[in-house]
Design a protein around this ligand. Structure first.
Ligand SMILES: C[S@@+](CC[C@H](N)C(=O)[O-])C[C@H]1O[C@@H](n2cnc3c(N)ncnc32)[C@H](O)[C@@H]1O
Length: 231
C-alpha cells in the first residue's frame, strides 16, 4: 500500500512538469500490466528470452515482467526521465523480489531513439504515449520497435481508448493532421503485423493493448527500407 502511494506520488509530480513525455494521468493498473505481458506469460520458460521494456515510469509493468522472468532471461529498461530511473534503481536495491532479478536487468537512461542494441529482442513492451508525439517522432519510434524486434518476436504497447477520435473531433489544422497521420500509421502497422487487441476497462483511463508479431516478410522489408518508415 505504502509502495503504491509512493509510486503514485512520484508519477503525479512528473505529470505536472513532464506531461508531453509522461502522457498519462495515473500509473498503469495491474490489469493493464497483465495484458501488456500476456504473450510473455505464455512463452516456453525453458528457452531464455531477451525483453525490452520502453518507458517503465514508476514501473507497474516492470513489476509484472519481473514476476514472469526466468533465471536466464535478460531484461533491458529504456527510460528517458532521470527521476523515474532513480526510482527504479531504488526499487532494485530495496525490494527483495526486485533485488533477485537485478543481475539480469540493465537500465538505460536515454530515449528509445538513442538506444541501440547488438542483439534483437524477443519481447518489446512499450508504454510510450505515441499520441503526444509529432508524426515524425511516431514514425521513428515505430521503426525503432521493429528494428529492435527479433523475427518472430512480439511487440505489445498500449494507448488510451478513443483518444485519437476525440482529439480529431476537437482540433483543426496542423494538430488534426498530426493525429490523422498517427492514426493511419498505426492502423497500417496493425494490418501488417497485428495479432491481437485487448480491451482493458479496469485502468484509468481504459486502454487498448495492441500486440504485433514481426514476421520474416516484415524483417525483409525493414532491411530494404521499403515499408514501415513513412505512411
Ligand atoms: C505513459 S508513461 C508510462 C509509465 C508506466 N510504464 C506505466 O504504465 O504506468 C510513459 C513513459 O515513457 C517515458 N518516455 C517518454 N518518451 C520516451 C522516449 N522517447 N524514450 C524512452 N522513454 C520515454 C516517460 O518518461 C514515461 O515514463
Amino acid at each position: 500500500m505504502y509502495r503504491t502511494l509512493q509510486s503514485h506520488f512520484a508519477f503525479f509530480s512528473q505529470v505536472r512538469t513532464q506531461f508531453a513525455t509522461t502522457g498519462a494521468i495515473a500509473p498503469s493498473s495491474r490489469f493493464l500490466a497483465a495484458a501488456m505481458t500476456r504473450f510473455l506469460a505464455v512463452r516456453n520458460t525453458q528457452i531464455p528470452v531477451r525483453i525490452l521494456e520502453i518507458g517503465p515510469g514508476t514501473a507497474p509493468v516492470t513489476n509484472r515482467i519481473l514476476q514472469l522472468l526466468s533465471p536466464d532471461d535478460q531484461l533491458h529498461l529504456v527510460e528517458l526521465n532521470p527521476d523515474f530511473v532513480k526510482l527504479i534503481q531504488t526499487r532494485f536495491h530495496s525490494e527483495a523480489n526486485w533485488a533477485k532479478a537485478h543481475h539480469q536487468t540493465t537500465i538505460h537512461q536515454l530515449s528509445l531513439q538513442q538506444f541501440q542494441s547488438e542483439e534483437p529482442f524477443d519481447f518489446i513492451i512499450s508504454s510510450l504515449p505515441l499520441n503526444n508525439f509529432s508524426a515524425t517522432v511516431v514514425d521513428e519510434l515505430v521503426h525503432a520497435y521493429f528494428n529492435l524486434l527479433r523475427d518472430g518476436g512480439t511487440l505489445s504497447y498500449f494507448e488510451y481508448m478513443y483518444v485519437r477520435p476525440i482529439r480529431k473531433g476537437l482540433t483543426r489544422g496542423a494538430e488534426q493532421q498530426r493525429i490523422t497521420h498517427i492514426e493511419h500509421r498505426l492502423a497500417e502497422q496493425y494490418r501488417a503485423t497485428g495479432v491481437q487487441r485487448d480491451n482493458v476497462w479496469l485502468n484509468l483511463p481504459p486502454a487498448w493493448v495492441q500486440h504485433h508479431r514481426k514476421s520474416e516478410v516484415t524483417a525483409q522489408e525493414l532491411k530494404t527500407n521499403k515499408v514501415l518508415v513513412n505512411a
